[in-house]
Design a protein around this ligand. Structure first.
Ligand code: PGA
Length: 247
């Protein structure tokens, strides 16, 4: 059964107290069998969230692909496994652009996370100049081919895709439902061509980029939009709960 997911990307925000307060309110939300909430938290709150966890999945926003070693300031997947973190976010445009993450590094991180049996939310999406040239579909296909499509038919089942047009992230300028649904349909078709109907039909494809309680219902009602990856609007429990209720 395809899962409907609301994933919060808290980025570099919140105090521990605020994070725990939002998390506790999320734990009270009633979910149907096919619905899931994931919180991608700063590392420093992961342990505290795991202590409070009932059903909300706890995810990390990043990790270093080496298992251990002399990498001052870095966090490895083994640290995440030690805390029993269930999910990781890979390929976010802020990591690609602000931290120069290459396709090669993203692919390696995907392999490490797959090998360690973590759920992965893989982000892709085009910058504004690519959208303006109407090259967004080939751009996103190239990202999936470079980062993802080397996985085999079993491994790909650990992946959910988040389509996040870069021009919509944190800008208040969300994609129209038509733009979003067209891209989601295209992504599912690419997955189908590579992995077949069953896998593509089961895959959750989330929309991210200025998704909020006002636009989430319309977006999530689209056939190929299975929830959202929420940044700014995930920092307030009330708004996030409203978004979840529109799943
Ligand atoms: P936003 O961020 O909801 O603040 O646009 C989404 C994201 O970066 O994942």
């Amino acid at each position: 059964m395809r899962k409907n997911i609301v994933a919060a990307n808290w980025k570099m925000n919140l105090t521990k107290k605020e994070a725990l307060s939002i998390f506790e309110q999320l734990e009270e939300v009633q979910l149907k069998d096919n619905q899931e909430i994931i919180v991608f938290s700063p590392y420093v709150f992961l342990d505290a969230l795991k202590q409070k966890q009932k059903k909300v999945k706890v995810g990390a926003q990043n990790f270093h692909p080496a298992p251990h070693g002399a990498y001052t300031g870095k966090v490895s997947i083994n640290h995440l496994l030690d805390l029993e973190v269930e999910c990781v976010l890979i390929g976010h445009s802020e990591r690609r652009m602000l931290f120069n993450e290459s396709d090669e590094l993203i692919k390696t991180k995907i392999d490490v996370a797959v090998e360690n049996k973590l759920e992965i939310v893989f982000c892709c999406g085009e910058p504004i100049d690519i959208r303006n040239k109407s090259s967004h579909c080939s751009y996103v296909l190239q990202q999936m081919e470079a980062n993802l499509f080397h996985l085999d038919h079993e491994q790909i089942k650990q992946i959910s895709i988040a389509y996040e047009p870069v021009w919509a992230i944190g800008t208040g300028k969300t994609a129209t439902t038509e733009q979003a649904e067209n891209m989601h349909r295209f992504i599912r078709m690419c997955v189908e061509q590579r992995y077949g109907f069953e896998i593509s039909n089961e895959m959750s494809i989330l929309y991210g980029g200025s998704c909020n309680a006002t636009n989430s219902s319309e977006l999530f009602a689209c056939e190929n939009i299975d929830g959202g990856l929420i940044g700014g609007a995930s920092l307030k429990a009330e708004e996030l709960c409203k978004i979840i209720s529109s799943l």
